[in-house]
Design a protein around this ligand. Structure first.
Ligand code: SAH
Length: 202
């Protein structure tokens, strides 16, 4: 996966490549899909949601430019795979998922993969996680439009990375907060499951 899908594209951060080669992606998908876990595509994880393509996980991780000492907020835990990759790149990951059953599954997956520096919560990520704010970086793995609360909970100089746009037609945006100023950089066109409000007790 790393040699064929990441290195030939533009993933050159050695820490990201290392994390991607260590985290066992097959532990995060259903047993029936385990043989497809390392293919170059997204996969269903239940409740109509998907685990992102490996390249997109690596790409987003690289764009955060993590050095190792950061506290990162993730919106959209899903199966917990991106969470696991991030947990190898920073000090602590705080991850929020709105669908209860996925939140529980991510907890089990992360336990199996032995990731200790992760805090999970079932809730509406649009509200951020006030208790632990401000964060050095915020990453959103569902597509839509940014909540103002995220910028409020981001440290000065930090990145907010999110897929912006209408359903199925997103662009990766890296927003930097610098004092009163906000700067956007635009990256890959992509397609994510939608960012939705509220909690789903399924
Ligand atoms: N990073 C995940 C991707 C999961 S797909 C992985 O590696 O598996 C995106 C997830 O975002 C879905 O599980 C969806 O339920 C969740 N989501 C959408 N809107 C949300 C919100 N407002 N708060 C928290 N999670 C949300």
């Amino acid at each position: 996966m790393v040699a064929e899908q990441l290195v030939p594209r533009d993933i050159d951060d050695s820490r990201v490549l290392e994390a991607m080669s260590i985290v066992p992606r097959h532990l995060f998908v259903d047993a029936a899909l385990a043989s497809h876990a390392y293919q170059d595509s997204s996969l269903p994880i239940g409740e109509g949601q998907t685990i992102s393509q490996p390249y997109m996980v690596a790409r987003m991780s690289q764009l955060l430019e993590l050095k190792g000492d950061e506290r990162v907020l993730e919106i959209g835990t899903g199966c917990g795979y991106q969470t696991a990759v991030l947990s190898r790149l920073c000090r602590r990951v705080y991850s929020i998922e709105r669908i209860e059953s996925l939140h529980e599954r991510a907890r089990q997956n992360l336990r199996k993969a032995k990731h200790a520096n992760v805090m999970l919560k079932c809730g509406d990520g649009m509200l951020g996680w006030e208790e632990y704010a401000p964060f050095d970086a915020i990453i959103v793995t569902a597509g839509g439009f940014a909540s103002d609360i995220w910028l409020e909970q981001l440290k000065d100089g930090g990145f907010l990375l999110f897929p912006q746009g209408e359903e199925g037609n997103h662009r990766l945006i890296r927003r930097r907060k610098q004092g009163e100023q906000v700067m956007d950089e635009f990256f890959d066109a992509c397609s994510f499951v939608p960012l939705l409000e509220g909690v789903n007790h399924r």
